[in-house]
Design a protein around this ligand. Structure first.
Ligand SMILES: Nc1ncnc2c1ncn2[C@@H]1O[C@H](COP(=O)(O)OP(=O)(O)OP(=O)(O)O)[C@@H](O)[C@H]1O
Ligand SMILES: Nc1ncnc2c1ncn2[C@@H]1O[C@H](COP(=O)(O)OP(=O)(O)OP(=O)(O)O)[C@@H](O)[C@H]1O
Ligand SMILES: [Mg+2]
Ligand SMILES: [Mg+2]
Lengths: 223, 223
């Protein structure tokens, strides 16, 4: 369902070029649970950003379900992003002036879900993450790990077919992280395709497949 | 060197009270390496914020080297914060319009260190973290783990006597995290007092002492 061909991404900083990704090629079948590992600065977030259409490669192609989705017109791309792809950012990117409950509902607002249903689904998901008592808190009134879980709940509320998660347990204790991993694994068992960038060996151990990135280059398996 | 007596911290959210810390009391001797562990939302960042004078308790007292330092006048408190206490935030709080090199120099700017010396010391520390080639990058041009290391370098550049670090390896791969741990351990061996909030069992394992927080309550040892 994911086809990446010869993707490179170069950044310009002043007069310097940074090669963040070099000729990355791989495929992911629908329903796979893939862990993406590699040293800090190796290009993992850059790759995930391209897969989520937040960013464009400097070269190469990316297809999702056979289509170069990032080249769709604005409206179709927005629909895709909100309904089919759930994205968890490494730094969460929650809306600071909105409560946890409002933040989690956001994809359903875009999907046109009726107010009562989207509120119920958001509350239900917050409860699954042990966050129901913090539903009325804004991000500045939450702990780091609580913000992280709100970001994950937001990514899952529209029941996407693809989850792209960037280091989703970085701020979680082992037990809370383990519960999250169980949830991802069970959603994967019911058909969710999941690509999880992680430094956590427990997540890497549970994935069906590991991709390693080092210095912008991707290899199959652990390096 | 650290004395915490009956510290409580209550937040108000609308009409609700959140007891983030409840009657926390403990002492830390100079030169100790302490890990602070506990579930997400248990009160660790709140405690660290009080120890760094970013925040005030609702009740209780905190003394550093026998003095209630957070009650000092503004100038003395600023001096203390920049020279004696190195603080690493869970969400880094780097200045977005400044380069990594400028961010790391900031405590030395406040300390009045001459420009050439502070630049050298900052570059030296960035190099120790493997970040010298990113010195001219601004935070938005850095990976999550690179930002985290810049935040740690900034906390250490003024050679403080106390390090307060909030989950400093959350965005780092095991090897980079291990190198950071080695650095903290070696600074500790030369006299640095270090309190590190962490979810990382490797850091907890290397610390001389572990404090656990659960639901705002502190206990000695692992729970
Ligand atoms: N906007 C940017 N401009 C310039 N360079 C960038 C930019 N964003 C990232 N980089 C550089 O590209 C490289 C890859 O960054 P990326 O964020 O993908 O790393 P990562 O593997 O996610 O690292 P981490 O594990 O620390 O999060 C890094 O060396 C980083 O400094
Ligand atoms: N400004 C605030 N207003 C209201 N409640 C807050 C505020 N800041 C934190 N809290 C609440 O206080 C509790 C403790 O927060 P704290 O950030 O200290 O947790 P933590 O142990 O650092 O968690 P984590 O491991 O997730 O970072 C949390 O339940 C949080 O929701
Ligand atoms: Mg990253
Ligand atoms: Mg915290």
């Amino acid at each position: 369902v994911i086809e990446v061909e010869g993707v490179s991404r170069e950044y310009l900083v002043g007069s310097e070029r940074v090669q963040a990704l070099r000729e990355v090629s791989f495929q992911v079948a629908a329903g796979q649970f893939v862990a993406i590992v590699g040293p800090s600065g190796s290009g993992k977030s850059t790759l995930l950003g391209i897969l989520g259409c937040m960013d464009r490669p400097s070269r190469g192609r990316y297809r999702l379900a056979g289509q170069e989705v990032c080249l769709l017109d604005r409206d179709r791309l927005a629909g895709l992003r909100n309904r089919q792809i759930g994205f968890v950012f490494q730094s969460f990117h929650l809306l600071p002036q909105h409560t946890a409950l409002e933040n989690v509902q956001l994809p359903l607002v875009y999907a046109g879900t009726p107010a009562r249903e989207r509120r119920e689904r958001a509350l239900d998901l917050l409860a699954r993450f042990g966050l129901e008592q913090w539903a009325a808190h804004r991000p500045s009134q939450l702990s780091g790990g609580q913000r992280q879980r709100v970001a994950i709940a937001r990514a899952l509320v529209a029941r996407p077919s693809l989850l792209l998660a960037d280091e989703p347990t970085g701020n979680l204790d082992r037990r809370t992280g383990g519960e999250l991993l169980d949830l991802i694994a069970s959603l994967n068992a019911s058909g969710l395709t999941a690509l999880v960038v992680t430094h956590d060996p427990e997540i890497a151990g549970r994935a069906q497949r590991i991709l390693s990135i080092r210095d912008g280059e991707l290899r199959e398996g652990e390096i």
